[in-house]
Design a protein around this ligand. Structure first.
Ligand code: AYL
Length: 541
């Protein structure tokens, strides 16, 4: 049995060593084995970089961040980009400069960008021309003035009042010895993504170099690994449709694949035909996916056995998979593939469990990675046993240091003996297979993306005619879940549902939009003032 007498589930795998270094040193450590290999390429524009070129350009960019923009060790730099092939150069340059990367969703509105720039105290932001207007609006809202660094991708001049990334990263034009001043160690923070965790507004998740490197090493365990070694005659190629701004792609794809000399085929937009064509034409053999991608491959008319001729490994994560979709996809592909699943959170860098090769069970999320311990507890944190349903707790080197400047959230998220509370309801079998049963936390996931109810409630309460509001997630056929709002209007309010929807639409990214509003007289709350979401769900959903 995987269970110890102490009701702790240990990983079945041998512990891995975690090298004591920074992520940038880790990623580049084997550079001399594959300098001429492609690191990233866009199948639509053909733009891309070799490993050596990416290293050199990121060095120049990093040096300029220190010289021209006075970025110092620990300063946050925001990255607001779709999956362009330059993404790894930008991220690595920031890390080499000693900075901390905070990734921003490129479809965020000015309100959302403003909040993240303020909370992270970002000293600069890197983006594309089409996002400059949103960023300028955000800086105005925040009364901030930071440099906007813009990547020139098609020869067209960059907007006025911005700095050109391509000039900052040009090789040989800057003395990169300034990078020797950087003093970053394994325990320093390097990535600062935002997550709401179990409750409340998005919070900065402090991930250290050690957290990220641990997770890269943990997924190298032979029974869960999904790659062939890069050699003189072979290079794996990964389809990168999942956004780099989310920790799943940033960590599991970018950092891990670069440490292994793998090629990333980057797609900036989720267009079904382009994606399916690229799978076929680019001969990608590995695909990391979320449930909407699996659904697309299972059902799109252009999805055929030819599309998947080169595909060997598919890994799902980020939200509950429908096993039926997995089966329908495999049936479409007419090919034996290594189809697996991972589970984790932004707070765990992200991978906690992974299904082993050949398991063929699409309803579970596999076993604990090396160096990782699990526990199932009831609502009083008492340990439960195998096949008993309760909250999943995690201990391991991939677990974040904590939420930035938020002692209350940290106190709520960790037990006194150092276990991280996932807020997920799970069951673990005798032999250590984990099945996620439900989400205990208030977080809503739309197409695998976080939609924190507290964030939408705060937007709703900003509406001049709204007195109070509560938001819950309801099941949705293709998105997994969708937010549903309960609104209490002020006395004599003249507004209607459409007006409120439009108000929200202006302030949040498209996947957070509210389609369904119910007007109620008062929001049910506990004596402590906590919204009783379950009451709303039971009464109206
Ligand atoms: P966040 N099945 C069901 N729910 C999942 C799964 C899964 N395979 N993976 C993640 N979740 C839910 O921070 C769960 O509720 O990180 C969890 O608490 O955006 C929440 O998503 C965390 O959301 C991988 C690939 C982990 C992806 C990830 C997910 C990172 C998502 C490991 O191999």
């Amino acid at each position: 049995s995987a269970w110890g007498g102490d009701k702790i589930v240990k990983s079945p795998y041998k512990n891995v060593e975690i090298p004591n270094m920074t992520v940038n040193d880790y990623v580049w450590q084997n550079l001399d084995r594959w300098p001429e290999r492609t690191v990233s390429v866009c199948p639509v524009t053909g733009r891309g970089y070799t490993y050596e070129k990416a290293f050199k350009l990121s060095n120049s960019f990093g040096a300029n961040l220190r010289i021209k923009f006075k970025i110092r060790d620990g300063d946050a730099v925001a990255v607001m980009l779709p999956n362009v092939p330059d993404y790894p150069l930008v991220v690595m340059g920031i890390l080499e400069a000693g900075g901390v990367v905070t990734t921003v969703n490129p479809i965020y509105t000015a309100y959302e960008v403003q909040r993240q720039l303020q909370m992270s105290a970002s000293k600069a932001i890197v983006t594309l021309p089409e996002n400059v207007k949103t960023i300028k609006d955000a800086l105005q809202l925040a009364k901030l003035d930071i440099p906007i660094i813009v990547i020139k991708t098609n020869g067209i001049a960059i907007p006025e009042g911005t700095v050109c990334f391509n000039e900052l990263s040009e090789d040989g034009h800057v003395d990169t010895s300034v990078l020797k001043q950087v003093r970053r160690t394994a325990n320093d923070i390097c990535i600062l993504p935002y997550s709401s965790g179990t409750t409340g507004m998005p919070k900065g998740v402090e991930l250290s170099n050690r957290n990220i490197i641990a997770n890269c090493e943990q997924i190298n365990e032979p029974l869960v690994a999904c790659h062939n070694e890069t050699t003189a005659t072979h290079q794996d190629s990964v389809m990168t449709i999942l956004p780099f701004f989310h920790i799943y792609a940033l960590s599991v794809i970018m950092f891990h694949k670069m440490s292994q000399g793998i090629k990333m085929v980057t797609l900036a937009k989720f267009q079904p035909e382009t994606f399916l064509q690229a799978l076929e034409k680019q001969r990608t053999n590995v695909l990391f996916a979320a449930p909407p991608v699996i659904l697309l491959m299972a059902s799109h008319p252009a999805s055929s056995p030819k599309t998947y001729e080169h595909l060997e490994v598919v890994i799902n994560g980020a939200a509950p998979l429908s096993p039926g979709d997995a089966e329908r996809f495999l049936h479409r592909a007419q090919r034996t593939m290594d189809f697996r699943q991972g589970y984790g959170l932004t707070e765990t860098s992200p991978v906690v469990t992974m299904t082993p090769r050949g398991l063929g069970d699409y309803s579970c999320v596999g076993r604990a990675l090396p160096n990782t311990e699990l526990k199932i507890v009831d609502d009083r944190l008492n340990s439960l046993g195998s096949n008993e349903k309760g909250e999943l707790l995690v201990r391991g080197p991939q677990v974040m240091r904590g939420y930035r400047q938020n002692p209350q959230a940290n106190a709520d998220s960790f037990t006194h003996d150092g276990w991280f509370r996932t807020g997920d309801l799970a069951v673990i079998s005798d032999d250590g297979l984990v099945t996620i049963a439900d989400r205990l936390k208030e977080l809503i996931k739309v197409k695998g993306f976080q939609v924190p109810p507290a964030e939408l409630e705060s937007v709703l309460r900003d509406h001049p005619e709204v007195a109070d509001a509560a938001v819950v997630g309801v099941p949705h056929a293709s998105h997994g879940e969708t937010p549903k709002a309960f609104v209490v209007l002020k006395n004599n309010a003249k507004t209607d549902a459409q007006n409120i929807k439009d108000f929200v639409k202006e302030r949040v990214a498209s996947y957070k939009r509210i389609e369904d509003i119910v007007f109620i007289d008062s929001v049910p709350k506990s004596s402590a003032g906590k919204i009783l979401r379950r009451v709303l769900k039971e009464q109206y959903c």
